[in-house]
Design a protein around this ligand. Structure first.
Ligand SMILES: Nc1ncnc2c1ncn2[C@@H]1O[C@H](COP(=O)(O)OP(=O)(O)OP(=O)(O)O)[C@@H](O)[C@H]1O
Length: 249
């Protein structure tokens, strides 16, 4: 009897677990006041906790797509949503529009935008300063601790000047700043650009760890190094046309 009840419970948990997926549905984008689409009917889907990579020639529209996903611009047509599925792959309910608060984006060369004299100030930049916001600050502090740990910065003093960090550690800091907001989707534009071989290997290892808990979509020319992490990949062709394609490595 006990085992039967147990098996029912397991089945119920399995059915309700399911998974969610980022879905870009036929998105086109034309900047206001211009005549040409930068993205044309772009579609992709990426399951939670997986790693997607977009590659393609310079100027094809890869960064433009990341900006739309981060909510920095609005698609001219099409939609960007999160759709839940059950374990058999059937949609569960209606899709939700992807909210920008659920997305973290790390731009190319993020260290160029560091503004503060200490790591702590850099990570807490923009936090509420009012007394009334103390509970929120406490909540954020807890998240900060988790973010710092998850990027392997816990052994470094938060009083240190961000500019004194090595290239790889600057990238870790840029990731921590985004992780404090506990995003569901992490967007990275050329995460290995400008780093030496050791820092590149370091960032690849970090991304491997982060993939366990986050959905990650990367734009990069560094296909060979990222290859072992990639679950799905797409080529962006000139004119903003996206095609799913294995990495050419
Ligand atoms: N606001 C805008 N108005 C007009 N054209 C734009 C605008 N933003 C970007 N572009 C153009 O859109 C094209 C795509 O740019 P985008 O930065 O998305 O390309 P990319 O594939 O990321 O290139 P790279 O690999 O060099 O970063 C480029 O030709 C760029 O000059």
């Amino acid at each position: 009897m006990v085992s039967r009840r147990f098996s029912w419970r397991c089945r119920a948990e399995r059915v309700s677990a399911g998974y969610s997926q980022l879905e870009v549905r036929e998105v086109s984008y034309r900047p206001p006041g211009t005549e040409q689409n930068l993205l044309n009917q772009t579609s992709l889907s990426l399951r939670e906790k997986s790693f997607g990579l977009i590659f393609g020639r310079s100027g094809s529209g890869k960064t433009t797509l990341l900006q739309l996903l981060a909510g920095l611009s609005e698609p001219t047509s099409g939609s960007i949503c999160i759709q839940k599925y059950d374990d058999s792959g059937n949609p569960m309910g209606l899709s939700e529009v992807l909210a920008s608060q659920r997305v973290g984006i790390v731009f190319q060369f993020p260290e160029r935008y560091f503004l503060s004299d200490t790591i702590l100030e850099e990570v807490t930049f923009g936090w509420p300063r009012q007394k009334a916001d103390i509970p929120l600050r406490e909540q954020l502090t807890l998240k900060l601790q988790n973010a710092i740990n998850s990027v392997g910065l816990s052994a470094i003093s938060l009083d240190k000047d961000p500019q004194s960090l090595s290239g790889g550690f600057k990238r870790r800091l840029a990731l921590a700043i985004q992780l404090v907001q506990t995003p569901d989707l992490l967007l990275l534009d050329e995460p290995l650009a400008g780093l030496d071989w050791k820092a590149r290997a370091d960032v690849v290892n970090l991304l491997r760890d982060l993939k366990k808990d986050h959905t990650i979509l990367v734009v990069s020319h560094d296909l060979r190094e990222l290859y072992p992490l990639v679950d799905r990949s797409w080529r962006m062709e000139m004119g903003g046309v996206l095609k799913e394609e294995p990495l050419p490595v």
